[in-house]
Design a protein around this ligand. Structure first.
Ligand SMILES: [Zn+2]
Length: 414
């Protein structure tokens, strides 16, 4: 069944990565999709799905494509597979000219005429792909494996299911989204068009890596009100709001900052401070995998506000706390099958899967938080995202397809 899958993935990857789909961060909050060119790929995917005789396909004006492949067994859950078509704008994301390195020889990879080189010594993962096929850009743009590798893998699954009707699976819901890179893609998400019981985003990186946890996130805004006075006669009267704000910032523990933490450690991050001596506006982000640690830090900030008011009599603080998103693991835990299927599929295929926590949020996390749909993330085989040095392994893409297919089969087992 998998004989031609690499050829199929390669053809698709070269076809989709040359379509310009860079999203526009500046327009993303007001316009969905943020750039019209994302629709070019969405409609190309629609056409390719139609060629597979898949009938239930819709594209909304926000640019999200939803397609359904009917179940081949009864009473199995509907499983969603989600990927995003847009590319980042950290470096040029349009005008991609993909390079194919066949039978990779284990050395550095020269990126066209650009003068840029993917160094083997800085990309230890390359060692696993000697002799196989690797995709890169020509060094003048990113590659767009994030997330067109995921798009290709889902398209390959669609083809496999259509051509092999004997495979037992529940209904499969394909979701291609826009504007993931801007963080605004889910603002206009058409929840009314989807009905999967659980979902997987195919938007990870390194082979075998599974991401089922993300941060809990809280945004804390503190307004400081001082007492302004003529500076020449300020003694004992003036209260400087700027000083109050910096006193609070300087009281935050440096060991709990983004620059001092990794893995599962959370942090405070003062992100924005606008201040005069009359008033100050401070934004602090709190991040942690444990909700109780978010609550602890929120309480610390409340205490620090009281401390600052006591240190600077007459000064006032006003603290507002907004929970932004939650660790999606909490939602996955409500349906153990979601994660169990991944690891069972890994065991059956001899894929040594491993878990990495995401130090951020994902579209899947928003889906989990907003609709209670569990949505962990599966690897695609790409590396060095959002950079000229992005590369992707065809072998890893094939493994991702095998893993996803196995997960769908397990989904349909009693
Ligand atoms: Zn992505």
């Amino acid at each position: 069944m998998f004989e031609n899958i690499k050829d199929d993935l390669k053809t698709k990857f070269l076809k989709y990565t040359v379509v310009d789909t860079m999203s526009d961060e500046k327009l993303a909050e007001t316009q969905h999709p943020s750039s019209k060119n994302q629709l070019d790929l969405i409609y190309l995917l629609k056409k390719d799905l139609e060629e597979l005789k898949i009938e239930d396909i819709s594209v909304g004006k926000e640019g999200v494509l939803v397609a359904h492949i009917p179940a081949t067994v009864e009473n199995a859950p509907c499983i969603g597979l989600m990927a995003h078509v847009d590319t980042a704008d950290d470096v040029e994301g349009n005008g991609v000219k993909p390079q194919v390195v066949e039978k990779y020889d284990g050395g550095d990879i020269i990126l066209g005429e650009s003068g840029r080189v993917i160094k083997r010594s800085e990309n230890l993962e390359l060692e696993n792909y000697i002799g196989s096929t690797i995709f890169t850009s020509d060094g003048t743009t990113l590659l767009g494996a994030d997330d067109k590798a995921g798009v290709c893998e889902i398209m390959a699954i669609a083809k496999l299911l259509v051509e092999n009707p004997d495979i037992k699976h529940g209904e499969v819901e394909i979701i291609f989204t826009c504007d993931e890179e801007t963080g605004c893609g889910m603002d206009a998400f058409p929840y009314e068009r989807i009905h999967c019981d659980y979902c997987y985003t195919i938007d990870g990186g390194t082979r075998y890596e599974i991401e089922s946890e993300c941060f809990n996130a809280s945004k804390v805004t503190i307004d400081f009100k001082g007492v302004s006075y003529h500076l020449g006669a300020a003694r004992g009267k003036m209260v400087n709001a700027l000083t109050m704000a910096t006193t609070l910032v300087n009281s935050l523990p440096q060991a709990e900052s983004p620059e001092a933490t990794d893995n599962r450690y959370g942090y405070y991050c003062p992100l924005e401070l606008n201040a005069t001596n009359d008033e100050a506006h401070l934004v602090v982000y709190l991040r942690d995998f444990e909700l109780s640690e978010i609550e602890r830090r929120e309480n610390v900030l409340k205490s620090l506000c009281k401390m600052v008011e006591q240190l600077y009599p007459g000064g006032k603080t006003d603290i507002k706390i907004k929970r932004q998103y939650f660790n999606m693991k909490e939602i996955s835990n409500t349906n153990p099958k979601v994660l169990d299927s991944i690891y069972e599929a890994g065991r059956r295929l001899n894929q040594p899967l491993f878990e990495s926590p995401i130090r951020g949020g994902t579209d899947g996390a928003r889906m989990a938080n907003e609709k209670g749909i569990p949505c962990p993330n599966i690897y695609t085989g790409g590396h060095n995202y959002h950079s000229y040095y992005e590369w992707c392994s065809l072998d890893a893409m094939q493994d991702a397809v095998k893993l996803i297919l196995e997960i769908l089969k397990i989904g349909a087992e009693n």
